[in-house]
Write a protein that binds this ligand. Structure first.
Ligand code: SER
Length: 325
């Protein structure tokens, strides 16, 4: 991994992964690919090169790859699950058409490719608890359909053309930096904003609905470590289950209450998100990732919640200070 192009660099994962990879590979070696209307700002814009790279435009991807002699592409462009249900055609165009463009450019230019998959690649027929690495994947959401298609297409390019494609199935990602948008697991981020602001959180997911979640620093490390893993040890490629914690709204609310005693939550269940959440696993078995590339999470629920609250207090405090001017 010498010269990296990140497509979707200003999104939920990209805005943090770009900064991490710039530390890792050198600022000038990591290109932040963005779309019009989502230009990089602040440190992301100032710390290294950026290019307008719309994933639906294969020529733009190829031009950036050639200009920066890119050898690794992180393909982070996607519509998240709930928003994708409102725009399924666009979700397919980005998730599958976009991936096809990336894979073709990678095939022609000898690039490795990371494309995240998700707990959303599973569906109602999948075993819900300790979901195995290799199991039934019949999702009912367009998001899940694009993710399963992406896993298959990425494996096809690896086996047929020798493109070095690798991936992990991310759980819901929790971070204090860039907010997610339109996902089913977003409640686990929003709840912290409400708690730190002293507001009552209206939870769109019902009590008792368990999903895998992960703190962003672990997710970023997974995205880097899988691309640096010894390929001779990899039995799987697209895509590895990775896990660190699983909870339902009651458990996360209880943890937050422990740290912010005045915190309150009420339920306002969103039927779309609830039906999606019910079709996803309760908890993944990530033993293949642990065995094949030594994956190991560092944050459990307690460590994540403490860090989130501490960091969000600083972030929201700064915002309030600016607004008060
Ligand atoms: N966080 C995603 C979503 O909720 C799942 O990968 O859509």
């Amino acid at each position: 991994m010498e010269n990296v192009l990140i497509i979707g660099a200003t999104g939920q994962i990209g805005s943090e992964l770009t900064m991490l990879l710039r530390e890792h590979c050198g600022n000038d070696h990591v290109v932040a690919g963005y779309i019009h209307g989502a230009e990089p700002k602040g440190a992301l814009a100032e710390s290294g090169p950026s290019e307008c790279v719309d994933i639906t435009d294969a020529d733009a991807i190829a031009a950036a790859v050639k200009k920066y002699k890119v050898d690794t592409i992180y393909n982070l462009a996607a519509l998240l699950s709930a928003v994708a249900e409102a725009r399924p055609q666009l979700a397919w165009k980005i998730g599958v058409g976009g991936l096809y463009n990336v894979l073709e450019v990678a095939r022609e230019n000898g690039c490795a490719v990371f494309t995240p998959s998700s707990i959303g690649s599973f569906g109602p027929g999948t075993p819900l608890d300790h979901t195995p690495q290799d199991t039934i994947q019949r999702p009912r959401t367009i998001y899940g359909v694009t993710k399963v298609t992406g896993e298959l297409l990425s494996d096809y390019y690896a086996h047929r053309f020798g493109v070095d494609t690798r991936s992990v199935r991310f759980p819901g990602l929790i971070s204090y930096v860039a907010p997610p948008g339109g996902g089913t697991t977003d409640y686990a981020v929003d709840i912290f904003y409400s708690a730190v602001r002293g507001e009552t959180f209206r939870c769109p997911i019902a009590a008792g609905t368990f999903m895998d979640m992960m703190y962003m620093p672990d997710a970023l490390r997974a995205a880097v470590e899988i691309m640096e893993a010894d390929p001779s040890r990899l039995v799987h490629r697209n895509s590895f289950n990775v896990a660190s914690m699983s909870f339902d709204p009651e458990i996360i609310a209880g943890k937050i209450k422990e740290l912010i005693p005045g915190f309150t939550m009420e339920y306002a269940v969103d039927p779309l998100r609830q039906s999606i959440a019910e079709s996803w696993p309760n908890s993944l078995d990530d033993s293949c990732a642990r065995n094949e590339w030594d994956w190991k999470p560092r944050y459990d629920l307690d460590a994540m919640a403490r860090d989130m609250i501490e960091k969000l207090r600083v972030k929201i405090g700064k915002e309030e200070a600016v607004n008060a001017l």
